[in-house]
Design a binder for this molecule. Structure first.
Ligand code: V07
Length: 259
């Protein structure tokens, strides 16, 4: 009996990633996962490297996370890559970050296409450098017929500005007789946001130990499960994503049991 127990434990620990994925797939997988990829600068600082080295390392984790999310059958993955507040960072850092979409897509776009991933973006496109926007729009176009995971980058995104803009459009549609005040409800308002084509995230992950939303999807995260970890984004591994989903599933079960 004791032996059997030990064997069971041992097998659990040595199980491959694939076994863990299959195990998780027996329970509901969150359809939309959103991640605040924080801690890239701190990761670099710990290694006496320039901050941009952390951003570059973080980009590799975007690839790994995307591939695993796709394997898990997650339908949408929204990654907070750059906020409207991030322009305040040193000019050279911002310039470097704005080259990352091109570098990422230059290397991984064929892989995304091969794996049926669809690239999308939310955020204010008009302030982005043309080279950045061009690369992203090319990827959006080349992947538009894919029907696997939707990889949605939040880039130059800010939630309060998004809400204000939605309110302005609502007022405008009301003025023009397109929308009647009595017809405005939560679903209709959601359709004015940049995320209109997405369901609200089921799970929010934030790395690097900060326990706040930092102006990310304030409306959309109203009912989401939150999972925070001290792990810095460049250290975020496949096991961390699986752990977050496992905890999500446990919370869902508890919720289902009590109610
Ligand atoms: C960025 C790397 C990940 C950590 C967080 C900050 C730095 C991938 C992209 C990207 C964006 C659009 C796209 C393809 C890839 C990216 C920015 C920053 C601005 F279509 N990583 N990454 N974009 N970082």
């Amino acid at each position: 009996m004791f032996n059997k127990f030990r064997l069971g434990k041992k097998q659990e620990h040595s199980s491959t990633l694939r076994d863990k994925i299959e195990e998780l797939k027996k329970q509901p997988i969150p359809e939309h996962v959103a991640i605040i990829m924080d801690g890239n600068g701190r990761w670099a600082k710990k290694r006496a490297l320039p901050r941009i080295a952390g951003h570059h390392e973080g980009m590799k984790v975007v690839r790994k996370t995307t591939m695993l999310a796709n394997k898990l059958g997650i339908k949408a993955l929204t990654l907070y890559a750059f906020s409207t507040e991030n322009w305040k960072r040193p000019k050279n850092e911002v310039e470097y970050i704005m080259r990352l979409p091109e570098e990422f897509l230059g290397t991984f776009l064929p892989e995304l296409v091969e794996n049926n991933v669809q690239v999308k973006m939310i955020g204010y496109k008009n302030q982005l450098p043309v080279h950045t926007l061009h690369a992203i729009e090319k990827a959006i176009e080349e992947t538009k017929d894919n029907n696997g995971l939707v990889l949605n980058f939040a880039l130059n995104y800010g939630s309060r500005a998004e809400i204000i803009d939605a309110v302005k459009q609502v007022l405008n549609d009301s003025k023009n007789g397109i929308l009647n005040e009595n017809d405005l409800n939560e679903d209709v308002f959601s359709s004015y946001l940049m995320t209109s084509e997405f369901n609200d995230p089921d799970l929010l992950i934030r790395t690097s130990g900060e326990i706040r939303l930092s102006n990310f999807m304030l409306w959309q995260l109203a009912y989401s499960e939150f999972w925070f970890t001290d792990v810095l984004w460049p250290d975020f591994s496949e096991d961390h994503l699986l752990e977050a989903i496992e905890i999500f599933q446990k919370r869902q079960r508890r919720f289902g049991g009590v109610l």
